[in-house]
Ligand binder design. Structure first.
Ligand SMILES: Cc1ncc(COP(=O)(O)O)c(C=O)c1O
Length: 403
């Protein structure tokens, strides 16, 4: 239904724009027949886990695709981050952005490594290297950069700081599968990089993840730690955990890999449709991806400047949710505002002004193969309508018509 007055908004009693809820991160699903064939093969071979043939095939294909020596598949990125931090010998304090999914910080804190939150660059949304040196202490052992939205961190600047202060450098590349930095696939930078293949990621293995590295010794440790520290049938040489990827996940990963180009193409087309649909709305900016780098375009992210737009990001979220468009406020409110970090560092926000601003401005819109072009047009029209009627909406809310 076309909205002609603010009373048509579902928040004020109108009909919702979509009949069914449209989520951010609905899974992309590749060729079902291929997947089911692999599952049959898996049952025939009776190999369900423990470094089975699909896991090994996936690791080989991913390493070749990413141009990196070693790929170690894991059950998810959170465990992969934990295992990598441990295998690198991280301890004490590690510098990490707060503008990230909470798993980046939890993976450290889970091992009693203190995450020291560093502010981000307001344009790239990535950790700001110029703010790192002032956060270093004798306890600092590493830097965990996050390639937010698949746009690479300033890898060179981070590498320089890591070298200068003898710190380990690892990357949370959960967003960054099939993205490049200076034309080279993310995966081989720093000491190690960690990918997520969670169902909400454009490339998924149901649950899953991988660590990539060019360091032979680190790869050997990661493989051991992923499997309880075993180095032979009855020989445990290190502390370890269970970080193994199952065969069913690897089968899904292999199937997703075969559709990778199609997924990226759809994401790119969706991104272009959003760019056109949201053009010239005052106070609304779609984040940009440079054509100089490869990106997976899995994140359609807008920044809302309340002053220029006339309405806050949070008001837009309320309106969209009522219309069944379940946009998400990643990464609100920032790790530093979540427990246990909020209690540990009650004043952290004073050192994170850009993070604080971003967490109030940023909104993710639905994309992926489950979202149709007509729905994107509808979402854009609705956003345009909302900001064109900001003062009426504010007045309706003030009158309590949404009570
Ligand atoms: C930046 C970031 N790091 C880590 C993770 C955790 O990934 P997983 O769900 O595979 O554990 C995510 C997942 O959403 C993420 O977005």
């Amino acid at each position: 239904m076309v909205k002609t007055s603010v009373n048509d908004l579902a928040l004020f009693g109108g009909e919702a724009a979509l009949d069914e809820a449209l989520h951010v991160g609905r899974p992309n699903i590749g060729d079902r027949e291929q997947f089911l064939e692999r599952i049959n093969e898996m049952f025939d071979q009776r190999r369900l886990s423990n470094n089975g043939p699909f896991v090994r095939e996936l690791e080989e294909k991913l390493a070749a695709f990413l141009g990196v020596k070693h790929c170690i598949a894991m059950c998810n990125a959170t465990i992969a981050l934990e295992i990598t931090a441990r295998a690198l010998g991280l301890q004490g304090e590690v510098i990490v952005p707060s503008f990230t999914f909470v798993a980046s910080a939890h993976a450290l804190q889970w091992q009693e490594i203190t995450p020291i939150f560093c502010d981000v660059d307001p344009v790239t949304h990535n950790i700001d290297p110029s703010r790192i040196e002032s956060l270093l202490t004798p306890r600092t052992s590493g830097i965990l950069g996050v390639h937010v939205w698949g746009r690479a961190c300033d890898v060179d600047a981070l590498g320089e700081i890591a070298r200068k202060y003898h710190l380990k450098l690892m990357f949370d590349a959960a967003h960054a599968f099939a993205c490049t930095y200076h034309g080279q696939m993310i995966g081989g930078f720093g000491d190690a990089e960690v990918f997520s293949f969670h169902a909400t990621k454009f490339f998924n293995s149901f649950e899953g993840g991988a660590v990539t590295t060019n360091n032979d010794e680190l790869a050997r440790r990661l493989r051991g730690m992923r499997n309880f520290g075993f180095a032979g049938l009855d020989m445990v040489v290190d502390i370890g955990t269970n970080g193994k990827m199952s065969e069913v996940s690897a089968a899904m990963g292999l199937t997703s890999l075969e559709s990778l180009d199609d997924f990226i193409k759809v994401n790119y087309e969706n991104y272009l449709a959003y760019s056109r649909g949201l053009e010239d709305i005052p106070g609304v900016q779609l984040i940009k991806y440079t054509e100089k780098e490869e990106n997976n375009y899995q994140y359609v992210v807008i920044e809302i400047d309340e002053g220029a737009a006339g309405l806050s990001r949070d008001m837009l979220v309320k309106i969209l949710h009522a219309e069944n468009i379940l946009a998400r406020r990643y990464f609100y409110p920032g790790c530093h505002q979540m427990e246990p970090y909020r209690s540990y560092f009650p004043n952290a926000r004073l050192l994170l002004p850009e993070t604080e601003k971003l967490t109030l401005k940023v909104l993710q819109l639905p994309t992926g193969t489950a979202v149709r072009g007509a729905e994107i047009d509808q979402i854009c029209e609705l956003i345009r309508f909302v900001f064109a009627h900001g003062s009426d909406i504010r007045a309706s809310i003030a009158r309590g018509t949404n009570a």
